[in-house]
Design a protein around this ligand. Structure first.
Ligand code: ZN
Length: 434
């Protein structure tokens, strides 16, 4: 059982980590080292031997291993990123890097994404050192740099250059999952992530004949690009149910007592009301045009026009994504991946999933655990290259009215102290049972 000191420490660590500004502006503009050193010191206090690893100076990752009681068991990876997205102080109620604890709530950038989980991991392993408890499996702890940009200085670097540190790891646990989703009519749902859509950020290039803006031009690159962008933006992607999403819909249908007819998903989503939010972004691929770039003078037709599209594809959906983009862009517009990351699918019929479920149910008996697929991606994509199956499990018991999804990269990001306490208890229980 996590002790009282662990409950104090998780709050203090969350607050301290928020105060160490690790804003990742992309393009290499970030310095995680102070947060990495903070985490490493606390692991070393607990008798562990953390190693600090950098591909680029200041972009520090921390890895440590807790020896399990069963040396023959597969290891479990527990990972959290140390960087955060930027925050504009003028927009916030409190300073985003104050880490202020006010009225039982910890405020600041990273309070849910994801210095809270980093703090929970530290608090739990330190409580084991005090009480002499140990997990059955080896637990490999990784605090990573650069998750909020390319991961090249973080999990990508660790997976490529230091695979030996993850020896024996078959499964991983990290952000976004096991939080309380209130449906507005009294039900409390705890979605556990067992999959991620893939990332397909696209660059579209239309070519045509440059010329004077007053002349007839049937090969106008801007017109061609605009047509392709409109076709992509208007496209209705067909429904495609992955195993995780099918399971989620089936379990939600049972919870709501509605017909679990997976052949009529749109109707089923309607019947689920607010809970449909948990699945609606993951029942199909998507592609949203986000940036346009063409021309330099109103009376000059440019020879080229460029657009960017944020595409996401389901596990198993990449081939369809590619062929659809070929068709929608047409012969006059080329497309390429500006950035591509794999989709992930984790099994639900595993002891690990069952133990995550049981740990939540023990401390939130009123809650209903359901699997879900994340619409975006995490470091689990990089670690999947090492054969590690990723789950999203950052337990937080949240009050009604607290908009968890809006906290991610949002203004006034914050987390209740009670939620952190729940997280420590559930994470401790899960890790010791895993
Ligand atoms: Zn995150």
């Amino acid at each position: 059982m996590a002790d009282d000191l662990a409950l104090d420490e998780v709050v203090r660590f969350t607050s301290d980590l928020i105060r160490l500004d690790t804003t990742n502006r992309g393009g290499g503009d970030c310095r995680e080292r102070p947060a990495a050193e903070y985490a490493a010191e606390r692991l070393a206090d607990a008798g562990l031997e953390p190693v600090l690893l950098e591909r680029t100076e200041g972009r520090t990752n921390v890895v440590a291993r807790v020896a399990g009681t069963d040396p023959g068991a597969d290891a479990l990876l527990l990972h959290g990123h140390l960087d955060v997205v930027p925050a504009e102080a003028a927009d916030w109620t409190v300073h985003p890097f104050s880490g202020e604890v006010r009225d039982g709530v910890v405020w600041g950038r990273g309070a849910v994404d994801m210095k809270n989980m980093d703090a929970m991991i530290l608090a739990v392993v330190r409580s084991w050192a005090r009480t002499g408890e140990r997990p059955r499996r080896d637990v490999v702890i990784a605090f990573t740099a650069d998750e909020e940009a390319s991961a090249e200085d973080g999990s990508g670097f660790l997976a490529d250059r230091h695979p030996g540190l993850f020896e024996g790891c078959t499964e991983g646990v990290s952000e976004s999952g096991a939080f309380t989703f209130h449906d507005g009519s009294g039900r409390q749902i705890y979605p556990v992530a067992a999959g991620e859509r893939g990332t397909g950020w696209l660059k579209l290039t239309a070519r045509g004949r440059a010329g004077h803006g007053s002349k007839v031009n049937r090969e106008n690159a801007v017109t061609r690009l605009a047509a392709a962008v409109t076709r992509i933006g208007d496209h209705e992607w067909p429904l495609r149910l992955t195993p995780t999403v099918s399971a989620a819909l089936t379990e939600l249908a049972a919870l709501y007592g509605v017909d679990p007819d997976l052949a009529r998903v749109d109707q089923l989503l309607e019947k689920l009301g607010p809970a449909a939010k948990l699945v609606e972004s993951t029942v199909r691929n998507s592609a949203n045009p986000t940036m346009l770039d063409a021309g330099y003078k109103v009376n000059v037709i440019p020879g080229e026009a460029v657009a960017y599209v944020d595409g996401r594809f389901l596990p198993g959906g990449e081939d369809e994504f590619r062929t659809t983009l070929d068709r929608l862009t047409g012969p006059d517009v080329d497309w390429e991946f500006h950035h591509r990351e794999v989709a992930l699918q984790a099994p639900l019929d595993t002891p690990t999933y069952a133990r995550m479920r049981a740990a939540i149910e023990e401390f939130a008996p009123e809650g209903h655990v359901v699997p879900y697929c994340m619409s975006g991606g995490t470091d689990a994509k990089q670690f999947s290259r090492l054969g590690i199956t990723g789950y999203g499990f950052t337990p937080l018991k949240l009050p009604e009215g607290y908009d968890y999804q809006a906290m991610f990269h949002g203004v006034d990001e914050r987390v209740p102290v009670e939620a952190l306490h729940f997280g420590v208890r559930v994470l401790d229980r899960f890790l010791r049972s895993a």
